[in-house]
Design a binder for this molecule. Sequence first.
Ligand SMILES: NC(=O)c1ccc[n+]([C@@H]2O[C@H](COP(=O)([O-])OP(=O)(O)OC[C@H]3O[C@@H](n4cnc5c(N)ncnc54)[C@H](OP(=O)(O)O)[C@@H]3O)[C@@H](O)[C@H]2O)c1
Length: 326
Amino acid sequence: MRVFIAGATGVLGRRLVDRFAERGHAVTGLTRSAEGDAIVEARGGEPHRGNLFHPVSLARGAEGADAVIHAATAIPTGVRPSEADWRRNDRVRREGTEALTAAAAEVGAGLYLQQSITWVARQPDGSAFDENSVPHPTRVTQSALDAEYIAGRAGDREGFDVGVLRCGTFYAPDAAHTRTTGENLRKGRLPIPGGGPLGRRDAAISVLHVDDAARAFVAAAEAGVEGLWHVVDDEPVAVAALLRSLAERLDAPSPRRLPGWLLVPVLGRETVRAFTKSATTTNRRFREEVGWEPAYPTYREGLEQVVEAWQEEGFLVDGVGAEASG
Ligand SMILES: NC(=O)c1ccc[n+]([C@@H]2O[C@H](COP(=O)([O-])OP(=O)(O)OC[C@H]3O[C@@H](n4cnc5c(N)ncnc54)[C@H](OP(=O)(O)O)[C@@H]3O)[C@@H](O)[C@H]2O)c1
């Protein structure tokens, strides 16, 4: 099949180009720079210059595509993002989905896949949820939920299938937030927000190695079925266990706990929320309907791969950051 990928130069997108090409599919990747062209070409894809906010460029890039994929994001990677940062991300989600689904319709693609996030359905009481649970979006996740609806409505109107892959919290050796977490742990600067001391339950989350996310998109495209799916690994993990496990693998000091409210000025409200509110779900429906299973079934195997990749790269080894750990 031929696929057109928006976000082809990103952490997820690069893996999508790799994986689709490996499986013998023809890939066109949307790019915005010469650097982006090189990334796509090196992975066996064909770069197409354009922008999610220039609809004409999308229809040209999607020409002949059987499947169109939205894997673009402008999620801020810095500490304490501003309202303007979040608005940029909202635009990529809402306007980007409008434009990309219009391109899919124009070229007659049969399938449109949308990347979304599981925690749009996080329950206020922290209980586990699934695809049937009522969503509870926040300021930051509302646009992801809107994008799901925009995609679904476009599919109904234009007659193409829509698959929404709500992914768990991503991690990978090259993901900006995984690297920052590793660096801050090495420096002893990342506490475990909230939990514990007053007997409160530790927050737990469902996570996903980005390699498994890419495999999930390829599996969904090849299965050619539509649906709404939660794509996570097999075992939710307590945030405290996740951070301690990574610290241990990096020979970093074990992180201590600090009350969440105390950390809001340092980490920002969204990060503290992500670490202190449980968001656990299951991949059952995706496994059954698409036939995918994670290569990294839990964070243990996944973190092992992350740290091995960092060792090969020379990132966070040989004492880097250790001198500041006190
Ligand atoms: N589940 C999770 O924990 C989690 C975490 C982070 C992200 N995500 C999701 O995963 C997906 C990919 O994230 P990522 O980590 O791969 O992000 P990333 O590495 O920052 O990549 C972002 C991609 O989006 C592209 N992009 C941004 N604005 C664009 C625009 N206006 N037009 C065209 N392309 C644009 C970028 O292109 P350039 O290279 O040209 O900038 C890049 O290819 C997104 O859907 C995001 O919502 C999920």
